[in-house]
Design a protein around this ligand. Structure first.
Ligand SMILES: [Zn+2]
Length: 176
């Protein structure tokens, strides 16, 4: 029990030290950033693959309208986010063998929100030791950005699963 508490404390320290970085630009409103990472897009939302995934299949679900916090979303946008999260999970189950998943959404820099544009982290987990995920969080700040090749491979895995479900997306990776 003490070990678990120590790990949690270490995680919290690392997370706040490394994640709270003020940003004047919004990467989620930057077309170049979005284009590199997106696996899904429609008129209201985008789905991005995380460039520093905590674990295989770590995605970000983001409304297109730039609002900072959850309470700034309209009811319609909230419903849209919910649908997109559910679809992302279904695609991730096929693409990455996900069983459980963690949804993480921060509001305000005091809780570690690094990008002031509301976004949901979808973090899938296969069956196995739950401590594995905690350790991945702990060492996440030290993780390097994945390569473009790796990013494209992950995006293709999600999109293949997406298409198998018969779902549509307006993603056009050839256009920026
Ligand atoms: Zn934004």
């Amino acid at each position: 029990m003490i070990r678990v508490l120590l790990l949690c404390a270490l995680f919290a320290i690392f997370y706040f030290v490394y994640q709270v970085t003020p940003s004047s630009d919004c990467p989620f409103c930057n077309r170049r950033v979005v284009h590199r990472q997106k696996y899904y897009e429609d008129d209201k939302a985008i789905g991005l693959y995380c460039y520093k995934p905590i674990i295989d299949g770590h995605c970000l679900i983001i409304p297109k309208r730039h609002v900072e916090r959850f309470e700034d979303l309209t009811t319609s946008e909230m419903v849209h986010m919910q649908k997109l999260i559910k679809k992302t999970h279904k695609a991730s189950q096929k693409a990455f063998g996900a069983n459980s998943y963690l949804l993480l959404q921060k509001n305000g820099k005091e809780v570690g929100q690094s990008v002031p544009h509301v976004h949901f982290h979808y973090i899938p987990k296969k069956r196995g030791n739950p401590m594995d995920l905690l350790l991945r969080f702990l060492f996440a700040p030290l993780k390097a950005q994945i390569s473009s090749k790796e990013m494209n491979k992950k995006i293709k895995s999600i999109q293949d699963s997406w298409e198998k479900e018969g779902w549509t997306s307006t993603v056009n990776r050839a256009v920026i």
